[in-house]
Design a protein around this ligand. Structure first.
Ligand code: GLN
Length: 538
């Protein structure tokens, strides 16, 4: 029998309390003590994966190296732990039901009535345990999406109850995250919502082992005692999670509160190792102490919800911190940007980033941003659709192909400089059918891309259907925009850049998915460095 320990993180009172950050922080602390840890997210919706979801629904869709389209929390997991996650780390109710129904159609249930208990719960448990048994982790931390009491998450909580019963208390542990609101009028921290939330969990047969309480004020000893007494936990298991200015401080705060020790003790795992957080703390102190500001404009059409660009924003933060700068982000709506107002709206930016995206809403604003950056020598980074926009703008305004476009935006364009990939032409299903996951990219020496990477072969993650149309490559290269990165097997262009510009790079892939706290991404580092240099020039 595998000796893997399973930790579940549930949430109560409200959503958005930061289960993902607490899970990632605990994982970081255990990892820094030498444990092999992974984090999994169970999402209670019926989409098979978040790939088909509009970013306004749940924020960015994150992509793993193995090509899974996942919840954005997996981005936090990778940024904190600096290890890759896979398809197995994100499972939705849709996938669970799809697997069970496929089994039923195959006849695997031998005539039995297929039910939520045991068939759905068995499938949930199989998807949790697979990380322990197949991948040999010491600790698997599973975050359960949604809030306790939701109809949607009931089968997950039931699976947790069963696992606790099957494996025993020192193999399975439940951390419940709640909110302790502060009432200004009476000057009090209130524990009642936490009590109710624990009660809701108890009704489903699960007693939480550890409570993490989100709060804006320090919890008094009395508040902790009260929560411990009413919620059936020892006082050391009442952990305060106070608001902090950066998510990267949470592991340090959790260590101060002894969350890792409490968890290890309850799981009967040795606590004799000391957590090694030196590098992490160095990053944190750089982040907090940086004084000088670099202004970056992020041009996109989902800017009303900053979570839609989560990984990009975090990558910019990592890169600015390593350059000893603070990044000041200017979120600019591409629909409100045009060639007439670009100068006014983009004035004062040290660097311009045009975001990924789908469809033609706001596309002209993106072209305006590209043109402004190109003509005014402002460092520019285009990611995926952003790179495609840079290519189209160059065709229109430098090559003189007035009607150049991507066939995604104009199917009959006379100059399809961006076109559907060959293997996408017969695709009809939308879910999971893009070019997804990590592919090799050969970087040409003597280019800005090479200067950033300092190596000739990189692997970068993708999520797109359209590509640079190689029929036009000659024309581009003659006119001053070159391909500095390409796929060695297919010849697909992966990076375009303008050598005569201080720093103008478009990447077909998503570098933002692989920037971590301890390993900032070279492209972001170089972009921010160029933006800082540009600042000096103006
Ligand atoms: N819509 C473009 C494509 O499918 C770009 C995708 C993206 O930005 N992720 O190729």
């Amino acid at each position: 029998m595998s000796d893997t320990r399973y930790v579940f993180v549930t949430g109560g009172v409200t959503s958005s309390l930061g289960k993902g950050i607490i899970s990632a922080s605990l994982a970081k602390l255990l990892q820094s003590r030498g444990y092999k840890v992974t984090i999994q997210k169970l999402d209670p919706y019926l989409n098979v994966d978040p790939g088909t979801l509009n970013p306004y629904e749940h924020g960015e869709c994150y992509v793993t190296v193995d090509g899974a389209e996942t919840d954005l929390d997996l981005g936090h997991y990778e940024r904190f732990l600096n290890v890759h996650t896979t398809q197995a780390n994100n499972v939705t109710t849709g996938r669970i039901y799809q697997n069970v129904i496929n089994k039923e159609r195959r006849g695997d249930f031998l005539g039995k009535t297929v039910q939520i208990i045991p068939h759905i719960t068995d499938e949930i448990k199989r998807n949790i345990k697979i990380l322990g048994t197949k991948h040999n982790f010491d600790v698997v931390i599973t975050e359960i999406g949604g809030t306790v009491g939701d109809i949607e998450s009931l089968p997950y909580i039931e699976a947790v109850r069963q696992m606790k019963w099957e494996l025993g208390p020192n193999k399975v542990l439940v951390i419940h995250l709640t909110l302790v609101p502060y009432l200004k009028s009476s000057g009090e921290l209130k524990t009642k919502p936490t009590q109710h939330s624990v009660k809701a969990l108890l009704e489903t047969g699960v007693q939480p082992d550890v409570l993490v309480l989100r709060t804006e004020k320090n919890l008094t000893q009395d508040v902790r005692k009260k929560v411990a007494l009413f919620c059936n936990v020892d006082i050391k298991s009442v952990i305060q999670s106070i608001d902090v200015s950066t998510i990267y401080e949470v592991p340090v705060k959790m260590q101060e509160e002894g969350l890792d020790e409490t968890v290890l003790r309850k799981l009967d795992l040795p606590i004799d190792t000391k957590p090694e957080l030196k590098e992490w703390k160095t990053f944190l102190s750089k982040l907090k102490n940086a004084k000088e500001v670099v202004n970056i404009g992020l041009i996109g059409k989902y800017i009303e919800l900053a979570d839609a660009y989560k990984s990009i924003i975090e990558s910019l933060t990592h890169a600015a911190t390593y350059n000893d700068y603070k990044v000041k982000l200017h979120l600019i709506h591409s629909e409100q940007l045009n060639h007439k107002n670009a100068e006014k709206k983009l004035d004062g930016l040290d660097g311009i980033l045009v975001a990924p995206g789908f469809g033609h809403r706001g596309i002209e604003g993106k072209f305006a941003a590209v043109k402004f950056a190109r003509e005014n020598d402002i460092p520019f980074l285009g990611i995926c659709l952003g790179m495609q926009c840079a290519v189209i703008e160059y065709a229109r305004n430098v090559l003189g192909y007035q009607e150049a476009n991507s066939t995604e935006m104009a199917i009959n364009t006379p100059y399809p400089v961006i076109d559907l990939m060959e293997d996408q032409k017969n695709v009809t299903d939308m879910g999971g059918t893009m070019r997804l996951g990590a592919y090799d990219c050969k970087v040409k020496k003597g280019t800005k891309a090479y200067e950033a990477y300092q190596t000739e072969l990189v692997h970068e993650r993708h999520r797109h259907r359209y590509e640079f149309n190689n029929e036009y490559l000659n024309a581009y290269e003659k006119a001053g925009m070159i391909a500095s990165g390409y796929n060695p097997e297919t010849g697909l262009v992966e990076i375009m850049e303008i050598p005569d510009h201080p720093w103008f790079v478009g990447v077909q892939f998503h570098p933002e998915y692989s920037s971590t706290v301890l390993k900032p991404h070279p492209i972001f580092l170089a972009f921010i460095k160029a933006a800082i240099e540009n600042k000096g020039k103006r």
